[in-house]
Design a protein around this ligand. Sequence first.
Ligand code: FHN
Length: 355
Amino acid sequence: MSGDIAWFRDAKFGMFIHFGLYSQLKRGEWVMHQDAIPAAKYADLAQQFAPAPGCAREWARLAKRAGMRYVVFTTKHHDGFSLFDTKLTAYNSVTTGGRDYVREVVEAFRAEGLRVGLYFSLGDWHYPAYAAVTSGDSSQQGPLREFIHGQVCELLTQYGKIDLLWYDGAFYDDKYLSAEILDATGLNAMARELQPDILINERAGTEEDYVTCENECKPAPYGVDWEMCTCINDIWGYAEHDYNYKTVNQLIFLLVNCATQGGNLLLNIGPRSDGSVPEAQVERLEAVGAWLRTHGEALYGIERLPKAFSGNGRVTQKDGKLYFHTLYWPGSTMRLPNLTPKYLTAGSRVCPRKS
Ligand code: FHN
């Protein structure tokens, strides 16, 4: 592990974006699988995929207003449609529609001063070698490895400095791509050679810079960097009937709950196929941003303490100051924990940071 972890530890809050051909069908990012849409029929969606120009700039401005410090964008989800310029398959947004959405996103978010992360699905329901390998045909493992390594190389050499590589999609149902089949060690060695400061998650099956949990806050062991990802509603890709939205209080609770235990919250938006963001997601993100404009000092850059819990909240520290985060306020008074130096030092040194 050797990425530039300092910014990640300080950032606490990022935007996840699930966007692709599936956004047109309005039933989430697994629609091809769930509706058993034949690959050739699903691929036809590329012909009418026409997001409004400038949608990435709107997403970046929304992330900035929300107080987010980085983005993770789906360069290719499990459906196999690449939203970037790839020479390894014609099934991509440049060949089919003349648009390089990864470039649009990277440039838009950098313009707003945010760090950029690329989500890449190791599973690919469109690529024949994937189906072969996950059906037990080991003869196709080489071609699949070459395809995956080649696309990751394109992503890390075509778009300038990339801060995060967010793997996903190596395991579904009883089909899996092990770290050995992927040659995850070689893949990540290549990634670090191309992008020396890059941070890489664990989802290619190897221990890297940080670990991820999904939809519930599961803090990693003390001293291990981690990130929780979740949706504002329930489904990652745009789903027009998914009204199960978290409240602003629930989102702030999640953010504080993660940050005060040494983690980050990667909160997802699922834009519509025209690039617009559902109003219910915009409203909530702007409300969280307003909260952070007041309380951000107690969130960004805070340090996890081993004894951060007290009866009704959490204690963290930054620059010699202590911050008490109450996760609920049951009455008119508040009894603060006994914050004696003993509380903070006896066996509770701030964990030596991993280099
Ligand atoms: O199957 C994907 C899912 O569509 C989504 O991308 C999430 C986000 O972390 N990851 C997988 C489920 O764990």
